[in-house]
Design a protein around this ligand. Structure first.
Ligand code: UN1
Length: 500
């Protein structure tokens, strides 16, 4: 399908995609997909005003009814899964299976949110006073600002959006300036759902197109009750304190430096497959990408040899072609960051396999395809402790399991982690309080590709936020504690007597 037809099938007509100053390029070949008109600060302010007004009405709509809107949105996503997945491929460079997989993740969170819309439970609490009852109620929070990254241009927004809408909030979305088309397409699909839903307040979902200054506007606007931001630790370091300064709530989903420990009893066949998907999938551009391998010394050479063979058989290519496993990096900056990391690792004693640029589309100078890199490291050096958003896997050895866990935890980030072992003691130790310090800890599966049912996020420099499943919805609501007196007395708590 031609690009214009694809965009049209998602409700984006050519006229609105031309003439603006924000150039949208495809990482597949560097070509221009659109030139969008960015929002001015005044237009962004008006969008936040509309969202704030929408919230005041939406919070009164019963939650299961709000769930119906997300059910309809999920239907639109099902009907347009292929098209939206193809647009993710075009704009973010993901291989087709992963582009569609991302849309499936959106469908899954919609289903989850629909069920949740009937389960926004509070507790009943025993009061210490006779004739009293305590309970807690969860209320809608307000406008939720979402800042999302290029690498999961639609799924991460949908985790926030689907929960926020059933929780009674409105959402203002500032997508990455590298992937605004997928955001506009999502908005169009949501508008279709709205049309079928009937009366819903205008401004429930707003999209801001433009650069970092629009994100800053969301960060600083006191009407934005929750700011959910996905991106680098550097970005989070700027966002967190600014939101805190106005006593807003921030949900941060920042960098990862995810490791897999491979123990002597590991099923190596399984381990190689898990490592491969984790390390080279999405061209190493997931926040959950496997970046470090901590291998028992007895397996080190064999595993490295197997991985080198597996790497050699992974096809780097046009992400639209079947058979391609590794598409392009997002842009020139990503490529140069990768090359600098590899040079630094070499200087620190690393032996680098792969990492070279590959020409996939003849003459496409502004497209950056690379062989994924394996780097045998003598130690966990400064470069290994830093997240480089590219397919680089640092391989280190260990001899004692406790040492492996210590090495595992000795990085500033704390998102995802895994151990491959068939030793029950090692598996449990890894998951225990003294084991992995990450928000996600797995046994015999890799670090990436989490299901939506669990809470997603991590500790330390990853920012501490939790999105998606489990009880992550609580971040999108405010909790009220209620005490009701149905007696004819007024006993005070703590047994205090006052003026009697
Ligand atoms: C991200 O890279 O920002 O667990 C999100 C995973 C995906 C989500 C990644 N479900 O890899």
């Amino acid at each position: 399908m031609k690009t214009t037809e694809l965009l049209a099938s998602l409700g984006l007509d050519a006229a609105t995609l031309d003439g603006g100053s924000l150039r949208v390029r495809s990482p597949i070949d560097g070509s221009t997909l659109a030139c969008l008109q960015p929002h001015t600060p005044a237009a962004a302010d008006a969008a936040i005003t509309r969202a704030a007004a929408a919230f005041r009405d939406w919070r009164r709509v019963p939650a299961p009814r709000r769930g119906e809107l997300i059910r309809l949105f999920g239907e639109e996503l099902r009907a347009h899964k292929q098209a939206l997945g193809a647009l993710v491929t075009l704009e973010a460079g993901k291989i087709s299976a992963e582009g569609e997989g991302e849309v499936q993740e959106m469908i899954d969170i919609c289903d989850f949110a629909v069920g949740l819309s009937r389960q926004l439970y509070g507790l009943t609490i025993a009061s210490e006073r006779p004739g009293h009852r305590m309970m807690e109620t969860w209320h809608p929070l307000g406008v939720v600002g979402v800042i999302s990254a290029f690498n999961f241009p639609v799924a991460v927004w949908s985790w926030n959006f689907a929960l926020a809408i059933v929780c009674g909030d409105s959402v203002v979305w500032k997508p990455s300036e590298k992937t605004p088309l997928t955001a506009l397409a999502c908005q169009k699909l949501f508008e279709r759902a709205l049309a079928r839903f009937g009366a819903a307040p205008a401004g429930l979902s707003e999209v801001l197109i433009g650069g970092v200054e629009l994100g800053e506007q969301l960060v600083d606007d006191a009407r934005v009750a929750l700011l959910s931001a996905t991106g680098s630790t550097r970005m989070g370091r700027a966002v967190g304190p600014r939101v805190a300064a106005r006593f807003g709530r921030a949900l941060l989903e920042l960098g990862g430096n995810n490791a897999i420990i491979v123990a002597p009893s590991a099923d190596l066949e399984l381990a190689v497959r898990g490592i491969l998907f984790g390390a080279v999938g999405t061209a190493g551009q997931r926040c959950t990408t496997t970046r470090r391998l901590i291998v028992h010394a007895s397996l080190h050479d064999e595993l490295l040899a197997r991985l080198r063979r597996a790497y050699a058989s992974c096809r780097v290519g046009d992400p639209r072609s079947s058979g391609t496993l590794i598409g392009p990096l997002i842009d020139a900056a990503a490529f140069s960051a990768m090359q600098s990391a590899l040079s630094a690792a070499r200087a620190e004693g690393g032996e680098v396999f792969g990492g070279e640029r590959v020409e996939v589309i003849a003459g496409a100078g502004d497209a950056y395809y690379v062989q994924p890199a394996l780097v045998a490291m003598p130690a966990q050096t400064a470069t290994v402790c830093h997240e480089t958003f590219a397919p680089i896997l640092y391989v280190m050895r260990y001899s004692d399991f406790e040492e492996a866990v210590a090495l595992h935890n000795a990085v500033p980030q704390g998102l995802s982690s895994a151990v491959f072992t068939n030793d029950l003691r090692e598996a449990e130790a890894f998951l225990s309080a003294a084991g992995s310090d990450c928000g996600i800890a797995n046994v015999n599966i890799g670090t990436s590709g989490a299901e939506i049912g669990g809470a997603f996020g991590g500790e330390k420099e990853t920012g501490g936020g939790r999105e998606s499943g489990s009880d992550a919805w609580k971040s999108y609501m405010r909790r009220a504690t209620n005490t009701i007196n149905y007696s004819r007395e007024l006993p005070l708590a703590q047994g205090i007597r006052f003026g009697e």
